[in-house]
Design a protein around this ligand. Structure first.
Ligand SMILES: *Cc1c(COP(=O)(O)O)cnc(C)c1O
Length: 374
């Protein structure tokens, strides 16, 4: 049996009639840009994320960029973040002209380790971007403490973590801004690219709406230079249809993760691989956007290749710590600078966890791993 890493067709089929009705209605209206569908989704998403305001934007990458732009962060400024994340987190910092400063990660959660944050702050530091990687919250209290002490903005990169919780609080509602992505592979995905910025401050929300529309405060009056960061009505309508199902999908991912734990334990594999762990220092709601194991004894690439040969989908998020990416060479990062991040990128591997994947698929995956690593 082949097992895909992700297959969205069943989810689509279950809601197809609703999608078609909304798409057809929007096409008849020919009202595609912003408007009531976008406003409706923004209200629903703000409520879901326990935030006062939500602004629909073009992507998760743009959600990060627009938050930095609203804060006027740019050339000469430093932003502290993790080297173990999707490229866009750091790309956004560089694209506004600021300088990323890395802090290593916690080996349990793969998220920024707050203990080194203070030592990274300089008189140029303006913001911290913690990432809630794979659907699990970063340790936000100490991040917020450092930020408050030094008057820094906190932008939560919650692109993989919509609905995840930190000590009972939803991610994206804790810092000054939360950035979300609706790329199709996220727990809540649209039919293309889409994103969202949450915040609790009415002035920040006002500026976000102005900046996403070329900085226009009223028609053709440009108070700022923003950009075209608008979410469109079709994507918003699709997201409104999907949002009521998000909790059941995330719960199915949690159940699948629990089943993997049982299967791996029963197979006696826990000496050769390390299963993903939930934070020990604080309570979380992990939404398992990814289920990432660590493969010990330098066998990750071998396991990856052999699983793929058998038709089992797997992937490496992320194979190169970002301080070692060629495009960031000028920052002076070298091997050994962030050992926890570098070790993670050498060992990590994601297995299929999507809600509609079956027990038989998980058994196939674990049996194959047991055979390959025996
Ligand atoms: C997906 C993702 C982004 C970017 O989102 P896009 O919608 O693809 O632009 C940013 N950060 C993280 C951690 C992500 O996983």
């Amino acid at each position: 049996m082949s097992v895909p890493l992700l297959d969205l067709r069943a989810q689509y089929a279950s809601l197809k009639d609703e999608f078609m009705r909304e798409i057809s209605e929007i096409c008849e209206s020919q009202h595609f840009i912003l408007g009531p569908k976008v406003e409706k989704f923004e209200q629903e998403a703000a409520a879901y994320c326990h935030s006062k305001y939500a602004t629909g934007v073009t992507s998760g990458s743009d959600a990060l960029i627009i938050a930095l732009m609203v804060e006027g962060i740019g050339a000469g400024d430093e932003v502290i973040t993790t080297p173990f994340t999707f490229f866009a987190t750091v790309g956004a910092i560089v694209r506004v002209g600021a300088t990323p400063v890395f802090a290593d990660i916690d080996p349990v959660t793969f998220n920024i380790d707050p203990s080194s944050l203070e030592s990274k702050v300089t008189n140029r530091t303006r913001a911290i971007i913690p990432v809630h990687l794979f659907g699990q919250a970063a340790d936000m209290d100490p991040v917020m403490e450092v930020a408050r002490r030094h008057n820094l903005i906190v932008i939560e990169d919650a692109c993989q973590a919509i609905g995840a919780e930190y000590k009972g609080r939803r991610v994206g509602s804790i810092g000054d801004y939360g950035a979300f992505s609706f790329f199709p592979s996220k727990n809540l995905g649209c039919f293309g690219d889409g994103g969202l910025v949450t915040c609790n401050d009415p002035e920040k929300a006002r500026l976000l709406k102005i900046f996403r529309n070329h900085g226009q405060s009223s028609t053709y009056m440009h108070e700022y230079v923003g950009g075209n960061f608008r979410l469109d009505a079709l994507q918003a309508a699709i997201l409104s249809i999907k949002l009521p199902h998000l909790d059941s999908w995330s719960e199915a991912r949690q159940a699948n993760a629990a089943e993997y734990r049982e299967l791996f334990a029963a197979a006696g594999l826990c000496d050769r691989i390390e299963l993903p762990r939930e934070a020990e220092k604080y309570p979380v709601r992990h939404i398992y956007n990814q289920f990432c194991i660590r493969v010990k004894n330098g066998r990750r690439d071998e396991l990856l290749a052999k699983l793929r040969e058998r038709g089992i989908g797997c992937a490496v998020y992320y194979p190169l710590s970002l301080h070692l990416q060629p495009c960031f060479r000028a920052l002076g990062g070298k091997a050994g600078d962030f050992p926890v991040s570098e070790a993670a990128s050498a060992e990590i591997m994601a297995l299929p966890i999507y809600p509609e994947s079956t027990s038989a698929m998980r058994k196939e995956v674990v049996d194959a791993i047991a055979e390959i690593l025996k």
